[in-house]
Design a protein around this ligand. Structure first.
Ligand code: PEP
Ligand code: MN
Length: 362
């Protein structure tokens, strides 16, 4: 992979460069009204280190009928927020028309959402619309844990001349996300940084956590891993929020969170190693689960075969030589680099346990 040499990203040229404290990007999940935007922004303006106000204008929703965002009028409200607070503004764009409208309304930073990063047609459409435009773009990880897809999106933008690129880690959709809304898979970001060491990385704690109680551990973990900043959803009254109500904080709650995080991390390297170890351990647990599941499936099939054997009307399945079965397994074990004696022991035990002696001739 030669991405790191072709994409000469430089943190120091990022307009969102981290100083001694991480960059904080905050704002409501969705723009809902001018009043909601202003009340929230004025609350956030007082927070130390807050540099960007975010709000979703167009919302990707799983099913129709849910709040899809207010659309273009929300861009006017973002403009008002900028005028009233001096904060830079950011919103998600999902295709070229969004890009044109956001830029026309003076949005400072564009975000490519997780549901867009997965679609190379849309990313290319956005990249084409950004040819010759000098605007920072933050690319969220794709919904599915596919590192190359994430890197590919960055490459498309880079080829269009976007130099000020950053990534937002918002977690992944996996087989089992518990206890998160989106599994962080921290190791993925460690890997991404190996390929693109200079890319600024922001943690979207809200979409990883999915609930307020997990925002602190997720945010702290990101700081321990030396992330460049945090993105946190905030609303002046989360109970009224039209999307993601359960994960948004009031500005004063966000203030409290930011004040009580530990910023004196002196060993990001060992935190990184820790993250890798934890991912590996999780992966082994996942494989153990799969092993168990396979054994259960095999046992159900054995039972089914036994039923066939018992029914007089049905011809018995063909009896096969156990020696041949085992022989094939051992050849497979050899090519897979697994110890043959170990494989022999396991399969003999499995066979014995399910007593299929009449399916296999000894
Ligand atoms: C959001 O930021 O509100 C959002 C919808 O994000 P994501 O693309 O991470 O789902
Ligand atoms: Mn949201």
């Amino acid at each position: 992979m030669n991405t790191s040499t072709t994409m000469k990203l430089c943190k120091s040229s990022s307009t969102l460069a981290k100083t001694d404290r991480p960059v904080i990007i905050a704002g409501p999940c969705s723009a809902e009204s001018e009043e909601q935007m202003l009340k929230t922004a004025l609350g956030l303006q007082k927070l130390q280190g807050l540099s960007v106000f975010r709000a979703g204008i167009w919302k990707p929703r799983t099913r129709p009928g849910h709040f899809q965002g207010v659309g273009t009028v929300g861009l006017e409200w973002l403009k008002t927020v900028k005028q009233e607070t001096g904060l830079r503004t950011a919103c998600e764009v999902a295709h070229a028309k969004h890009v044109t409208e956001a830029l026309q309304h003076g949005v400072d930073i564009l975000i490519i959402g997780a549901h867009t990063t997965v679609n190379s047609f849309l990313v290319q459409d956005i990249a084409d619309a950004l040819q010759g435009v000098d605007v920072p773009v933050l690319v969220k990880n794709p919904v599915n844990p596919d590192l190359m897809l994430w890197i590919g999106a960055l490459e498309r933008l880079h080829h269009s001349g976007i130099k000020d690129l950053g990534v937002v880690h918002r977690g992944f959709s996996t087989m089992d996300n518990a206890p998160y809304r989106n599994h962080p898979k921290w190791d993925h970001v460690v890997e991404l940084r190996k390929v693109l060491p200079e890319i600024p990385v922001y943690c979207d704690s809200s979409h990883i956590a999915g609930r307020r109680s997990l925002l602190r551990p997720v945010s702290q973990r990101a700081l321990n891993l030396d992330y460049d900043g945090l993105m946190v959803e905030a609303h002046y009254n989360p109970a009224l929020a039209l999307s993601d109500a359960q994960q948004q904080l009031m500005p004063q709650e966000l203030d409290m969170l930011l004040q009580t995080l530990d910023y004196n991390i002196d060993d990001a390297d060992s935190a990184r190693k820790g993250a890798q170890l934890e991912e590996l351990r999780k992966y082994i647990e996942h494989l153990d689960d799969e092993l168990l599941d396979l054994i259960a499936r095999r046992s159900r099939l054995s039972a089914k075969l036994n039923d066939y054997m018992d029914a007089d009307t049905i011809e018995a399945p063909q009896v096969v030589q156990w020696d041949h079965v085992l022989g094939d397994l051992l050849v497979h074990a050899n090519s897979a680099g697994v110890n043959k004696e170990f494989v022999q022991t396991i399969f003999q035990e499995v066979r014995k346990h399910y007593a299929q002696t009449y399916l296999y001739k000894a």
